[in-house]
Structure formats: structure tokens, C-alpha cells
Design a protein around this ligand. Structure first.
Ligand code: G
Ligand code: G
Ligand code: MN
Ligand code: NA
Length: 254
């Protein structure tokens, strides 16, 4: 029995779907964007978390097929929202390191944006630090190609890895997403508060936008607002939700 085989099958049989989690401006508390998060409803096991199945998919090319499916699905959804009269807002997708090495990724993104008439600057790709360390020259050149298409690139889970800042910033990123472990103990934990203030200043200086992930309490929000962090994301505002519920949040402004 293999979960990986089930996952291959899942892609063909509509067991995968996408939820969207709002990104919010701390100042206005208005919804300003969203992150697409992949979900799997297994016929026997029920919901399997991406934390479990993404690593399995990353052991083979399966992750590329999944990534292509996500890109297509998100662009189609954005067009559907627009056709329903919703204002188009930036949406990000998570792309794995292995997929980033493939030239096909560039073709896929370009095709999907063109086919669904999505302005490239509203489409964002979240990569992890691992991507910037592994086979970096190849990945840097892919990132350059994506940039040329006009899509935005953000670095996910920032602040918990081990690579050097200079290495990470060799590529001009559009956004940094501060990992939730650095947000969890705000504002009590002095060290973390200092790191956040420093990251805000660094991001401002570099002209990069900063997103805080895993915001769960109003105390965390107040601190991030005071520090002028650009965007916040977390259960305080909303869990990842269905496309329909996300569109309701967009209409309400959250
Ligand atoms: O949504 P949740 O917290 O369960 O996601 C767990 C992990 O799975 C996160 O690290 C997230 O980045 C990753 N993930 C979610 N959706 C996708 C996806 O579509 N592609 C990839 N590569 N990773 C994803
Ligand atoms: O690694 P990545 O940032 O792509 O994954 C984001 C994950 O974090 C998603 O699985 C999402 O469900 C989860 N998440 C989103 N908001 C919160 C939050 O406020 N608290 C916690 N603990 N997890 C969150
Ligand atoms: Mn992410
Ligand atoms: Na993250």
C-alpha cells in the first residue's frame, strides 16, 4: 500500500482542492490578498495534511504535476472571481524547490496567466529558503525568468533557516514572509520583538514587503501594526477557506 500512489490517483480523480487564506493590512484591517493552500480529501483516510503529502510528492516529479495543477486551478479561480464582479487581488501559491528547477514551470505560469487573462503582478510565487540554497544558479535563473513574466516572488518561512542573509538577498525578492514561530511569542518575548523590528527596518530599506504569518492574537497584531509590518496573515482573521467563502470575505473587506 502506498500513499504516494493514492496521491497520483488523487490528482486524476478530483480529490485535491484549494483553500485560500486572507492577507490583511494591519493598519486598515482590510483584506489585501490571499495564499492558496492545497488540500487533499482522501476517500478512506479523510483529510490528509499537505505537511504529510507534499514531502511524499517531493520525492518524485509528482510535485511538478501537483504544482502545475495548483497554478492552473488558481488562475482559473481568479478569472471566475473576476467574472463574478469581485475585485482582483494578489494571490500567492507555494512552489517546491524541485519544480523551480524545471524550465516547464515558466511555460506553465505564462500559459496560465495568458489563458485566464490574469495580470502577472497579481500572481505571486512563494518559495522556501531551501530553494535558494539548493542548486542555486539554476534556480536563480528560473526566478529571473519568472520575474521577467512580471510575477512576484516571495520567500516563505523566513527567519528560521540557516542560510546567510547575503545569499538570500542575492536575488531581488518582492516579499518576505516571517515564519509563524517568530510571531507566536510576540510581544512578550523580547528577542523575537527585536528580530521583528529589525526585519521591518531591513525590508523597508530594501524595498521589500513584509508579511507576518500565524497571527493569532490581538496583542500580536497590535505589535505588528505599531512596528509597521506591511501585511499579516493568521487565524485571528481567518483560517484557510473555500473559494466561495474567500469571495465573501473579499466582498466584506473581511
Ligand atoms: O496549509 P498547511 O499549514 O497545512 O500547509 C502545510 C505546509 O504545506 C506549508 O508548509 C505549506 O507551504 C505547504 N503547502 C500548502 N499548499 C502547498 C502547495 O500547493 N504546494 C506546495 N509545494 N506546498 C504547499
Ligand atoms: O509554510 P506555509 O507558510 O506555506 O504554510 C502556512 C500554513 O500555516 C498553512 O498550513 C496554514 O494552515 C497555517 N496557518 C495559517 N495561519 C495560521 C495561524 O494563525 N496559526 C497557525 N498555527 N498556523 C497557521
Ligand atoms: Mn506559504
Ligand atoms: Na510559512
Amino acid at each position: 500500500y502506498s500513499l504516494e500512489k493514492d496521491l497520483r490517483n488523487a490528482l486524476q480523480t478530483n480529490q485535491l482542492f484549494i483553500e485560500y487564506q486572507p492577507k490583511v493590512s494591519p493598519e486598515t484591517q482590510l483584506l489585501t490578498g490571499g495564499e492558496a493552500l492545497l488540500r487533499w480529501k482522501h476517500p478512506k483516510l479523510g483529510r490528509v495534511s499537505p505537511g504529510e503529502f507534499i514531502p511524499l510528492a517531493e520525492e518524485s516529479d509528482l510535485i511538478c504535476h501537483i504544482g502545475d495543477w495548483v497554478i492552473e486551478n488558481v488562475c482559473r479561480q481568479m478569472q471566475k472571481w473576476e467574472s463574478e464582479g469581485l475585485p482582483l487581488i494578489p494571490i500567492s501559491v507555494n512552489i517546491s524547490a524541485l519544480h523551480l528547477t524545471k524550465v516547464d514551470l515558466i511555460t506553465k505560469v505564462k500559459q496560465a496567466l495568458t489563458h485566464y487573462h490574469i495580470p502577472p503582478y497579481l500572481f505571486e510565487i512563494e518559495i522556501t529558503e531551501t530553494s535558494l540554497i539548493q542548486s542555486s544558479e539554476l534556480i536563480f535563473s528560473r526566478l529571473e525568468s519568472l520575474k521577467q513574466l512580471g510575477v512576484r516572488i516571495s520567500l516563505d518561512d523566513f527567519g528560521v533557516g540557516y542560510s546567510s542573509l547575503t545569499h538570500l538577498l542575492k536575488f531581488k525578492l518582492d516579499a518576505l514572509k516571517i515564519d509563524k514561530s517568530l510571531i507566536a511569542n510576540l510581544p512578550q518575548k523580547k528577542e523575537d520583538s527585536i528580530i521583528i523590528s529589525t526585519l521591518v527596518r531591513m525590508a523597508k530599506g530594501l524595498g521589500i514587503s513584509l508579511v507576518a504569518e500565524g497571527v493569532e492574537t490581538t496583542a500580536q497584531l497590535e505589535y505588528l501594526k505599531q512596528e509597521e509590518c506591511h501585511f499579516v496573515q493568521g487565524y485571528l482573521f481567518s483560517q484557510p477557506v473555500s473559494p466561495l467563502n474567500f469571495s465573501r470575505l473579499v466582498k466584506k473587506g473581511i
